[in-house]
Design a protein around this ligand. Structure first.
Ligand code: ARG
Length: 581
């Protein structure tokens, strides 16, 4: 069973085209899309024009033959042909009403799960041990979580992986430095606070860059660690533990589920990557390093660029780990779709890793690997997001500030409310606003972080959406309505704003399909924003509680389906709704 009108219609048109012109057209793209302009109806099929050349017939005749073989009378009025063979379709009101009734009765708005679930890995968040989690990781966390939620809702099996940076040279450097200045940190849990750890990391980095002898010892410490030396290992574990606790606070605040499987997990598989690349004949030596020369990547002299998989000193790097991880995810996790959510700066890295894995035949046809890149977070001034003093902004204080500001707002609007209520509203609004502001942007562009904008009650913001939901709950309270007991089969659409709202409600499944295919959550935000607007227009123009009984029931159902759609839609973005605010 298909879920959205659009996907259903695509199948019906494909069948009609094959029936009209022969089986060789079975996989012909039916070019079905929602109409851009309501005066042409609700959906359009533009396949005729493309078929004219092949069939040597006029587009209008092609369209007529498609229509003759098309079965849509349960959903649409009789199709019409316009211009150069465009087929226009208008939804039947009776169909809309029956679909709304189904949505009303279902706890997943009549959206069925996919028949063949994918095994999906979403690799997201992935901060680095001993370093601060920055706004880039925040974006990855918010976007990755939303993508995972949407795929889970569709019924896919999703593994949410936190590929934390917990391996590599930085640890040798840090351990060596701590041995020198603060050995307690390496043997006692909780000996240093995370803030200090970051400071110590900076100092270690400086020493590493300036002091050749220190560098040597650090390298040896990495080797010791990678070989499993117990003292280094203990120290490493303590450092990871410390950072992990700090990351977890952010995840708890944002309600994020993640399974940690850091870079270190793949340590024992790194040498196999090199061995197997050698076997495939792709491996080459370049100035002592082992690498694969890439196709389509060249340096400024036009020479092919190498992807280094083993450095001259024998160490492995970020790319080697990603190659090992990719193999593990395909072979052991049996993933069929692997999604990586990182900043756009890593696009080259992923294109290179995917290329090498493909050329080595490690990615079967049935597996799809996708990098989901996102842009930078900018300050109000349009520059890279920094505090006044120029430091990077700590995520914890950023989230706290969002909640504090939302709290100040509710204090002025509703000073009488209980402290508990105010805090609950402040958290839902503040954190929802941060998430929504991020998700509602086209992720590939940079976006400006502005508390004022994201917390505004008007516009494409979380508070606007949350209010639309609260409004419906308010109607319910005022009319003492038990939404669950409304007769869904009593829905009757007569007024234009009702029909406009109803058609939009029916497109929810399309919005979800679009995000799961293209991985742009802003598509869902835009859908919900338009839903709130259409609901508000309906509510302004059509009396609900004051209407005569039959209209009243029907309109209350429309209110309820809108609220359920907002609630589910926001939930898929990781945002919780409030009953009052
Ligand atoms: N730790 C990396 C960073 O902070 C992100 C890792 C992304 N995932 C991956 N499989 N490379 O930039």
């Amino acid at each position: 069973m298909t879920t959205s009108v659009l996907s259903d219609l695509k199948i019906r048109f494909s069948k009609a085209i094959a029936a009209a012109f022969g089986v060789e057209y079975t996989n012909y793209d039916p070019a079905v899309a929602p109409s851009k302009d309501a005066k042409f109806g609700d959906y359009q099929c533009n396949a005729a024009l493309g078929l004219t050349k092949k069939l040597k017939q006029k587009p209008q005749d092609v369209a007529a033959q498609i229509i003759a073989n098309l079965q849509v009378e349960d959903m649409f009025e009789a199709p019409t042909i316009a211009g150069a063979g465009f087929i226009n379709l208008k939804l039947k009101l009776s169909y809309l009403e029956s679909q709304l009734a189904k949505m009303q009765k279902s706890d997943r708005l009549a959206i069925s799960k996919v028949e063949k679930p994918d095994r999906v890995i979403v690799d997201f968040s992935s901060p680095n041990i001993a370093k601060e989690m920055h706004v880039g990781h925040l974006r990855s966390t918010i976007i990755g979580d939303s993508i995972a939620r949407i795929l889970e809702f569709q019924g896919h099996e999703v593994l949410r992986l936190n590929h934390v940076g917990d391996w590599g040279t930085q640890f040798g450097m840090l351990i060596t430095y701590l041995r020198e200045v603060y050995p307690d940190a390496l043997t006692k849990a909780d000996a240093i606070a995370i803030g200090d750890l970051i400071e110590l990391y900076r100092a270690a980095r400086k020493r590493f860059d300036e002091d050749a002898e220190f560098k040597e010892i650090s390298r040896a410490a990495v080797v010791e660690l990678q070989a499993g030396g117990s003292e280094a290992k203990l120290a490493w574990q303590l450092l990871c533990e410390q950072s992990r606790r700090e990351f977890q606070k952010i995840y708890d605040t944002l309600n994020i589920q993640l399974e940690e499987r850091g870079e270190s997990f793949y340590n024992s598989f790194l040498s196999d990557v090199v061995t197997d690349l050698r076997e495939t004949g792709l491996l080459q030596e370049d100035q002592g390093a082992l690498c694969v020369f890439l196709e389509g990547f060249s340096n400024k002299d036009g020479q092919p660029l190498p992807l280094i998989v083993q450095k001259t000193d024998g160490g492995y790097n970020y790319a080697t780990t990603d190659l090992a991880a990719l193999r593990y995810r395909i072979r052991e996790d049996r993933a069929t779709r692997i999604i990586y959510v990182t900043d756009i700066g890593q696009s080259g890295h992923f294109a290179q890793v995917f290329q090498v894995a493909k050329r080595a035949n490690w990615i079967p046809e049935t597996v799809q690997t996708t990098h989901v890149p996102f842009g930078l977070v900018m300050g109000d001034d349009g520059k890279k997001f920094k505090t006044r003093s120029g430091d990077t902004i700590a995520l914890k204080s950023l989230l706290e500030e969002a909640v504090t500001r939302a709290r100040a707002d509710i204090e002025t609007r509703n000073p009488e409310a209980s402290d508990e209520f105010k805090q609950d509203v402040a958290e839902a609004v503040g954190l929802g606003a941060v998430k929504y502001a991020d998700l509602s942007q086209n992720r590939t562009s940079n976006y400006i972080f502005s508390f004022d904008k994201m917390l505004a009650l008007q516009g494409n913001t979380a508070p606007y959406m949350l209010y639309a939901y609260v409004r419906v709950q308010g109607i319910g309270r005022k009319g003492e309505i038990n939404f669950a007991s409304l007769d869904a089969d009593a829905i009757k659409l007569t007024q234009e704003p009702e029909i406009v709202l109803a058609k939009h409600l029916l497109q929810f499944a399309e919005a979800i399909d679009a995000v799961s295919e293209e991985l742009f959550p802003n598509r869902l935000c835009q859908y919900l924003f338009e839903l709130s607007q259409k609901f508000n227009q309906f509510f302004e123009q059509c009396p609900v509680l004051q209407a005569v009984e039959s209209e009243r029931i029907s309109r209350l159902s429309l209110c309820d389906i809108t609220a359920k759609t907002l609630k589910l839609g926001l939930n898929l973005l990781g945002i919780r709704v409030l009953e009052r605010m």
